[in-house]
Design a protein around this ligand. Structure first.
Ligand SMILES: [Zn+2]
Length: 363
């Protein structure tokens, strides 16, 4: 057991970043680093990561390109591809801290004199943010079907081939820079993005802003910072009417919406570079057979194999839908009758056990 706050207090994040990400670029007062996220391909000349002190007096890093960021522990995890325990042990060794707690009374008094209260404050702020975020997603969902939302509608429906029913039931929205949209604090005006929410129990808990026409060297997605809303890593996407027992697992929200357009429930993994046990646990809870439909590129194949291994360990071995090049959305765009084609392709790899047919799910 180690005291997380003590470890972070003993770590100078800028010095750690210099060690893990290479020497910084820019002045010592405004140092910048390359992004450690495996999902963020960087070509720009200015590295996108900076370090700041959060409102809870914790040093944090943030990538201005992809929105990734977090504490020193997250930086070790991301840059060294290790789990939280290993990252903490690394920082403990580096700072020369002894293990915790040494004295239970000391632990109790620290809870009374501040740690506990600051925990409450964090909880309060988090719930304010959750309300802001749900309000923003609701406003964007309205905006999509307004006159002003037409560019986002065209992108989603004409270019991506997604059905209106799927967009509505998943509260997909548009942010085209309307100054009256109630943007959550810290989330900048995007001016030309489709808003893809992650919903849990009917509330939006996270979203991704898919820039409609990004510059080639800029990221395609803007994500909220971890302070605003933690990335839930899995987004369950509903079809307007569920016609099949399988859940299609995809690399991103657009592919998941594509599967839902064919009447399948889908789950988008929002961190394809490293689908971990936490991702697998969330997926394993979903009923019915699981089918992996990750991209055909090297990263997708690797992510798919990792995820299959985690799911097998949880007694939920998935079927794998092979995509001959490209992704699920491209398959939709090339299909003549997408619901029929996807149903046929899934039926060919995933024989449905009798138990699932009794759930009243028709094929
Ligand atoms: Zn990044």
């Amino acid at each position: 057991m180690y005291d997380r706050d003590a470890i972070l207090a003993a770590t100078d994040l800028a010095a750690l970043a210099d060690e893990l990400l290479g020497p910084h670029v820019g002045s010592d007062s405004h140092p910048m680093w390359c992004c450690p996220s495996p999902n963020h391909a960087q070509t720009g000349r200015t590295p996108p990561v900076s370090v700041f002190t959060s409102r809870w007096d914790e040093q944090r890093w943030h990538c201005h390109g992809c929105g990734d960021g977090g504490s020193a522990i997250d930086l070790v995890m991301r840059s060294r591809s290790v789990d939280a325990r290993t990252a903490i042990e690394y920082l403990v060794g580096r700072a020369g801290i002894s293990s915790y707690p040494s004295d239970p009374n000391e632990a109790r008094s620290s809870r009374i004199d501040g740690t506990h209260r600051s925990g409450e404050r964090k909880l309060q702020l988090a719930s304010d943010h959750a309300a802001d975020l749900d309000l923003y997603v609701e406003a964007c969902a309205g905006e999509l079907w307004s006159t002003a939302g037409r560019p986002a509608r065209r992108w989603l429906m004409e270019h991506r081939g997604l059905s209106e029913g799927v967009l509505r039931v998943n509260r997909v929205g548009a942010d085209l820079g309307n100054p009256n949209l109630p943007r959550p604090p810290g989330f900048r005006r995007s001016g030309g993005a489709a808003i893809l929410p992650v919903q849990q129990d009917g509330r939006a808990v996270y979203f991704q802003a898919r820039i409609l026409h990004p510059n080639p060297d800029r990221p395609r997605y803007l994500n909220p910072t971890a302070d605003l809303a933690p990335n839930p890593k899995v987004s369950v996407i509903k079809p307007p009417e569920r016609l099949h027992p399988e859940t299609i697992i995809t690399e991103g929200a657009v592919d998941a919406l594509s599967a839902a357009s064919a009447g399948f429930r889908a789950a988008a993994v929002l961190s394809a570079g490293y689908p971990d046990r936490y991702v697998a646990l969330q997926l394993a809870r979903l009923d019915g057979p699981l089918v992996l439909a990750m991209d055909a590129d090297a990263a997708g194949v690797r992510g798919s194999a990792q995820l299959a291994e985690h799911l097998e360990a949880l007694q939920r071995p998935p079927d794998i839908l092979p995509l001959d090049g490209g992704d699920l959305n491209e398959a939709l765009q090339h299909a003549i009758d997408w619901p029929q084609e996807l149903a046929d392709r899934i039926a060919a790899i995933s024989p449905v056990p009798a138990a699932h047919q009794q759930l009243g799910v028709e094929r």
